[in-house]
Ligand binder design. Structure first.
Ligand SMILES: C[S@@+](CC[C@H](N)C(=O)[O-])C[C@H]1O[C@@H](n2cnc3c(N)ncnc32)[C@H](O)[C@@H]1O
Length: 280
């Protein structure tokens, strides 16, 4: 791991509740326990899209002898990597990490239990995954249990990547993002694309309360064209309270979107963007 940091774009989250205290635990139990009542579900929504994008990107011959690596940005405890490469659902992960059995365990015991669990459920054709997250404890857990092949804690909102991440970026062919659109900005994506040496695709689920336009422009400056998945919106989680809902409803209206049936119905919703090189 390289670098360290305390968080992404200050203020980007606006009136959204902060969960900083659950991001930097030595294992994911608190994360799942706190998010369960809020029905946080965006990694589950993203799972089929990330699997499809990873397979399609791996099938693209970019002239290299080995396949490209996925970089999961804001990877936390390796949740997207778990869902991408293992026969597991987010519902099973909630059950596992909130179970009485797991509550009894030390972190070391949980790690050993998880290592075996994910090894048994490893999918044929699993792809290499790197993780980027400012939380050292979270990525250490994901590395230890075998969900990530490498992890980096560089805060690209604050400065350029260190040498280990720079080297890793030369292997990346797909960038994935869930739950991070309020933390990382065009600064992070510019740094990632500056370091890329293979064609990079991006698949991102971003809250409707946040404009993705600056990132679309940063990607376009690197030759990537972004398309919005027009098939609908993807629920992220319930609001923590009425104040958070009022913030979200106002934020989506300010971006020209209609909160009816979505944020007005009590949940944050995401848009899904896919970016690919080529047509500018
Ligand atoms: C809501 S969690 C999302 C975790 C996971 N992707 C998911 O959807 O379950 C947000 C994550 O972003 C990380 N984060 C915050 N600022 C960041 C930054 N500048 N660069 C990378 N990660 C950051 C936090 O440490 C946290 O793990």
């Amino acid at each position: 791991m390289a670098g360290s940091g305390t968080g992404g774009a200050e203020g980007a989250a606006g009136g959204k509740a902060r969960f900083d205290d659950i991001y930097d635990r030595p294992d994911p139990r608190t994360y799942f326990t706190r998010l369960a009542p809020l029905e946080y579900e965006i990694p589950h929504r993203a799972q089929p899209f990330f699997r499809q994008a990873a397979a399609a990107r791996a099938a693209l011959d970019d002239g290299r002898p080995h396949g490209p690596t996925v970089l999961d940005v804001c990877c936390s405890y390796g949740i997207n990597a778990a869902l991408l490469n293992h026969d597991v659902t987010l519902a099973e992960m909630y059950e596992r990490y909130t179970s009485p059995a797991s509550r009894e365990m030390s972190t070391a015991q949980l790690m050993a239990w998880d290592k075996e669990f994910y090894a048994e459920r490893r999918r044929p054709g699993a792809v290499p995954v790197f993780g980027l997250d400012v939380s050292g404890p979270a990525v250490r857990y994901a590395l230890e249990v075998g969900l990530l092949d490498a992890a980096f804690t560089d805060d690209l909102e604050q400065g350029p990547p260190g040498p280990p991440l720079r080297r890793a970026l030369t292997e990346v062919g797909l960038v994935t993002l869930t739950g991070g659109g309020s933390y990382v900005t065009a600064r992070t994506f510019t740094a990632l694309l500056d370091g890329a040496r293979r064609p990079v695709w991006v698949s991102a689920f971003v809250l409707r309360t946040v404009s993705y336009d600056p990132i679309v422009r940063a990607l376009a400056a690197h030759g990537l064209r972004t398309t919005l998945d027009a098939s609908g919106t993807y629920p992220q989680r319930l609001f923590t309270d009425e104040r958070e809902q009022q913030y979200a409803v106002a934020a989506v209206r300010a971006l020209g979107l209609d909160p009816a049936g979505r944020e007005e119905g009590g949940r944050f919703h995401c848009l899904h963007y896919e970016s690919r090189p080529g047509m500018r």
